[in-house]
Design a protein around this ligand. Structure first.
Ligand SMILES: O=P(O)(O)O[C@@H]1[C@@H](OP(=O)(O)O)[C@H](OP(=O)(O)O)[C@H](O)[C@H](OP(=O)(O)O)[C@H]1OP(=O)(O)O
Ligand SMILES: Nc1ncnc2c1ncn2[C@@H]1O[C@H](COP(=O)(O)OP(=O)(O)OP(=O)(O)O)[C@@H](O)[C@H]1O
Length: 373
């Protein structure tokens, strides 16, 4: 196995996960390219505090402690899928081009670690168990395992809910209009793409489908709570779930979202890194690739339960800021998508087959007094 990096950026010895590391891994979730696991001490239930310590330290009875860098972290491992960038490369890109753009407390921390093939095999066993009936792994993901030749993984800040917090996640997507959209646009890039997909997939079904961005991203940076509220409701409903007091959570988080600087910062960076748009720029330009990563990242929010006044701090972080390259046809996809959105009238709401009604109305239309309904 090729253990490329043995020291982290700060010079600390890189953490190695092997078959002797006394942790239990449990499947948490996955996307197309990565699987995320929870890691807990297999000594105590949920991990006793004393089980963790600096590397090389021992507990009172002389048992080696578990590396404290694993505490409060999830483990993200790369799947065995074609054309993915090795973890070490995408992490180096992240350190160089993304990390310096945001304050540390606004990012999901990423700590590179080494994983042995035996450790990855153990995780693959945990992954396959999730394919059993009633287990968590989505059917469409079955059959794809972790790469046993990938020698790195990432330890990432755990943004899942616990007994003191609810949590939510969503993609803010394009917080400013695409630079190549027509000046007369009535839809932003995200709303235009959604409208096009609604019509090109199944318009009838789409009318009732709530997907990843059933809100206009521009509302998030409007600073106006009456504009943000209707976006927040579907977001929280989708990610927190109906049985909880959604409207209570909306009330709780609305002032927070209204004042959140992070989205405005993200928007400004999206604009700064791609001022010209895909039709004008070489898609392998580093700033453009960074802009595309910033347009597809995930926003994680950990919200203290109302009753828990002790921890009344909302934690907000951006994650999934992976290297985006034009490889594997992606550059062409970006270009073709933009051309279709322009040429077929999705930006200007002049498309031949009108998009189904009932979706959110893009803030661009609202500001121009145009309502397709
Ligand atoms: O094309 P978009 O804007 O729909 O974004 C894609 C995402 O779709 P969605 O957020 O659901 O609209 C899409 O998300 P899903 O797979 O639909 O969850 C991916 O994140 C895709 O990136 P990649 O190909 O995995 O690098 C994303 O592709 P990129 O355009 O960011 O490369
Ligand atoms: N820091 C985190 N805290 C809590 N949950 C997380 C965290 N990071 C990821 N997850 C969960 O794991 C899922 C998959 O992670 P991730 O988005 O990194 O996978 P991916 O394969 O890169 O996704 P994509 O399909 O966008 O390429 C996320 O949708 C989220 O539910």
């Amino acid at each position: 196995m090729n253990m490329v990096a043995t020291r982290s950026k700060e010079g600390a010895q890189i953490l190695i996960l092997d078959q002797d590391t006394p942790v239990r891994v449990r499947y948490h979730a996955e996307g197309a390219a990565n699987v995320v696991f929870t890691i807990t001490s297999c000594r105590g239930v949920g991990g006793e505090d004393d089980d963790y310590g600096p590397p090389g330290s021992t507990t009172k009875d002389g048992t080696p402690r578990i590396d404290v860098r694993l505490k409060g972290k999830l483990l993200r491992l790369r799947k065995d899928v074609p054309s993915v960038t090795p973890v070490v490369d995408s992490h180096r890109h992240y350190e160089k081009h993304i990390e310096p753009l945001f304050p540390a407390e606004s990012l999901v921390e990423q700590l590179l670690c080494n994983v042995t093939p035996e450790f990855v095999r153990k995780c693959n066993v945990a992954l396959r168990m999730e394919e059993e009936p009633l287990m968590k792994r989505p059917k469409k993901r079955h059959g794809v395992n972790l790469s046993e030749t990938e020698s790195h993984g990432l330890l990432i800040t755990d943004m899942t809910c616990d007994d003191k917090h609810a949590s939510t996640e969503f993609k803010p997507k394009w917080l400013a209009q695409s630079p190549s959209a027509p000046p007369s646009s009535k839809r932003c890039r995200t709303c235009a793409l959604r409208a096009m997909r609604d019509v090109k997939s199944n318009a009838k079904l789409a009318q009732f489908r709530r997907d990843s961005a059933d809100f206009c991203p521009l509302t998030l940076v409007s600073g106006d709570k009456d504009v943000i509220r209707p976006s927040l409701e579907p977001i929280l409903l989708k990610s927190i779930g109906a049985p909880l007091d959604i409207l209570g959570f909306v009330d709780l988080t609305l002032p927070y979202f209204q004042n959140l600087r992070l989205f405005r910062m993200l928007r400004d960076l999206q604009v700064e890194k791609d001022p010209r748009g895909i039709l004008e720029v070489d898609s392998s330009n580093i700033d453009f690739m960074t802009a595309m990563a910033l347009r597809d990242c995930t926003f994680f929010l950990k919200i203290p339960n109302r009753e828990d006044k002790e921890s009344a701090r909302i934690e907000a972080r951006l994650g999934d800021l992976d290297l985006k390259t034009p490889d594997g046809g992606k550059g062409e996809y970006w270009k073709t998508t933009e051309e279709q959105l322009i040429d077929e009238g999705w930006y200007t709401a002049t498309e031949k087959t009108p998009a189904p009604k009932g979706r959110c109305v893009c803030l661009l239309s609202r500001n121009q007094g145009y309502h397709p309904d």
